[in-house]
Design a protein around this ligand. Structure first.
Ligand code: NAP
Length: 204
């Protein structure tokens, strides 16, 4: 099934997800503040680059691939419809989780209109592996969490990319996904592993 997707943000995460999902056959556009900016030429060669509002209006799934501290400004300006699935791929890296919230996901949820479904995904591995979902030829493990109404759809998109996906549960399990991202970031930057790794599932 082809899914219409707006990826907001054309940084490493947005570009990789947009290219990977388009390559898997989905109807993908990248949404940016200045679509005519020449810096988007490389992405435009692979997927359409549109104004954010236009990309969101045409999509059923909206992926947030922007700095966490810009989410408030971005989401207050978006026109989201009941039934839209919003995928939060952000992490609180350079800024703490906003005051009053225990996760970024809870903060995002507070900014969504009623009837919009929230899923946390694609934040637990380096951007360079998001296009294929694979590291060194092996499917990387991708935990996702959020509303039942959108989670299976997003799990399918992640499998289309190549990931081995675990659906953890509802919004109450978003914390686990964000903790898992913190583990990846800790290993990459504090433990000196670098960015070129992912986690895989081993079974007997
Ligand atoms: N890099 C990774 O390996 C990685 C992995 C997993 C998750 N994440 C998370 O994914 C998110 C995106 O990371 P990133 O590394 O791709 O790039 P980034 O540098 O965090 O984000 C770049 C994109 O965000 C856009 N942007 C900035 N402020 C905006 C605003 N107010 N409204 C709309 N768009 C805005 C930028 O647009 P302009 O060009 O117009 O400024 C640019 O397209 C972050 O939250 C990050 O923590 C990153």
């Amino acid at each position: 099934m082809t899914v219409s997707i707006a990826v907001i943000g054309a940084g490493p995460v947005g570009a990789a997800l947009a290219r990977g999902l388009a390559g898997a056959g989905h109807d993908v556009a990248v949404g940016v503040r200045s679509p005519d900016d020449p810096k988007h030429e490389a992405v435009r060669g692979d997927v359409p680059v549109r104004a954010i509002g236009e990309a969101v209006d045409r999509a059923s799934v909206v992926v947030l691939a922007v700095p966490m501290d810009t989410l408030g400004e971005l989401l207050r300006g978006l026109v989201l419809r009941p039934g839209h699935v919003v995928v939060d791929a952000t992490n609180a890296v350079r800024h703490p989780v906003p005051a009053g919230f225990d996760t970024v996901g809870a903060y995002v949820a507070s900014l969504l209109p009623g009837g919009v479904h929230l899923v946390k995904a694609f934040n637990t591995i380096g951007a360079e592996h998001l296009r294929t979902g694979r590291v060194g030829g092996t499917a990387a493990f991708l935990p996702i969490a959020g509303d039942d109404e959108g989670r299976a759809l997003v799990a399918g998109l992640a499998r289309d990319l190549g990931f081995e996906v675990a659906e953890l549960g509802g919004r109450d399990t978003i914390r686990l996904v964000e903790d898992f991202a913190r583990l990846w970031i800790h290993l990459a930057f504090r433990c000196g592993w670098g960015r070129d790794f992912g986690f895989a599932v081993v079974r007997s």
